[in-house]
Ligand binder design. Structure first.
Ligand code: XBP
Ligand code: MG
Length: 263
């Protein structure tokens, strides 16, 4: 079977958004006078939980467990998360955020060659729209046949649900698609949905293990800005002459996953 679609994660994969998310959380915590502040180190640990509201809940479990006995804490979490989303949108509208190297180039190449595009993220839909609109333009939202987001399924990554949702909306089997991820939870979700997955390490996940990845890269690379492939990456030998990730290279990795599955 040929490669028919690419399914992209958003946070950390399309753009390095997690620092902006962290700042939006902290500014909202301050607005509510909670006294909470997430340092980059703490945030790295909390990123093992996907979804902003779920992440706040996890933080309370670890650092303020007594708060969870009050019924109103759940309401507080939801209000903070709602306002954090509004703040994040405002921050992106004010400052924008560049796409990671090679992302726009690969979107364009896929569109030119009729390879379909989809998104599978755990963040809110509005965050995806504002990112694409600011980084590319209004038209970019239409490039994606499916935008699977926090609102689309109840269970977040590492559950496979968001990838299964994207596949069912595309009407394609996992074996016809390839996912691009940046995090262990994202990789686990994509693998559990049966998708061969290339990892471009996000800032917060650099150097972490990525079991089951098809390849582990610094980023997608650009002409004059080559990607590096991690020394422990599978399928290194298929990419050694390449400096940026093209559909050709993705097809080579994709074919390798088919050969492996058949043996
Ligand atoms: C990343 C996430 C998100 C963001 C915060 O998801 O887990 O929760 O950190 O966004 P992915 P929200 O890499 O799958 O895109 O606050 O909107 O949840
Ligand atoms: Mg991600």
């Amino acid at each position: 079977m040929d490669l028919k679609a690419l399914i992209f994660d958003v946070d950390g994969t399309i753009a390095e958004t997690e620092e902006t998310h962290r700042q939006a959380f902290n500014a909202t915590f301050a607005e509510y006078n909670t006294g909470w502040n997430w340092s980059p180190e703490l945030y790295r640990d909390l990123l093992t939980v996907n979804g902003g509201a779920e992440r706040i809940r996890r933080y309370l479990e670890l650092h303020h467990p007594s708060m969870l006995q009050y019924e109103h804490t759940e309401v507080l979490i939801r209000m903070i998360h709602r306002d954090k989303t509004a703040r994040y949108v405002k921050m992106l509208n004010a400052n924008g955020l560049p796409l990671r190297p090679g992302v726009l180039r690969l979107f364009s190449e896929a569109r030119a060659q009729g390879v379909r595009l989809a998104i599978a993220t755990t963040t809110n839909r509005v965050n995806v729209h504002v990112l694409l609109r600011n980084a590319i333009g209004l038209q970019a939202v239409k490039w994606f046949e499916v935008i699977g987001s926090a609102e689309s399924v109840p269970r977040k990554k590492p559950a496979p649900d968001i990838y299964n949702y994207a596949l069912s909306q595309l009407g394609l089997p996992a074996s016809a698609c390839l996912a691009i991820e940046d995090s262990p939870n994202g990789l686990a979700a994509a693998c559990a949905a049966g998708l061969p997955t290339v990892v471009t390490e996000g800032h917060y996940f650099s150097g972490t293990p990525f079991p089951g990845a098809l390849a582990i890269l610094s980023d997608l690379g650009e002409p004059g800005q080559p990607f590096s492939i991690r020394p422990d990456s599978p399928n290194r030998n298929l990419s050694l002459g390449d400096q940026w990730v093209t559909l050709n290279l993705l097809r080579r990795w994709y074919d390798a996953s088919k050969v492996r599955a058949a043996s």
